[in-house]
Design a protein around this ligand. Structure first.
Ligand SMILES: [Zn+2]
Length: 113
């Protein structure tokens, strides 16, 4: 089944994917990336949560595939969909106040006395 196309940055010379890169050009070929419509990629495996990201428009988790060391950014809406229904066992929550908003913060088992 076709997964569809995605507009992505690619090196016109060696075909390296530039979408996840910080630089706007291929450091190997010194060529600026060009926008191409290519097939969407798919990666299966186990992913470790290593960091998170936040910008004005989005936030999410950064997960790493330990086999390749490759990191992937997952948007929070998809993270929520993934962890929805997950039970956080043995947690202690403590009331907190951020500005005028009330909420709860998680106190880990180790910190709770
Ligand atoms: Zn290149």
């Amino acid at each position: 089944m076709a997964k569809g196309k995605i507009n992505a940055l690619q090196c016109p010379e060696c075909g390296e994917d530039g979408s996840q890169q910080y630089y706007r050009y291929c450091r190997k070929c010194q060529q600026p990336y060009v926008m191409v419509a290519r097939d969407k990629r798919e990666i299966s495996g186990d992913f470790d949560v290593v960091d998170w990201f936040s910008s004005r428009s989005s936030a999410g988790l950064i997960v790493e595939d330990k086999r390749s060391g490759q990191q992937y950014s997952i948007y929070m809406s998809d993270v929520f969909e993934l962890i929805k229904g997950t039970r956080l066992t043995g947690c202690t929550l403590e009331e907190t106040k951020k500005g005028s908003a009330y909420g709860w913060k998680v106190i880990t088992k180790e910190e709770a006395v």
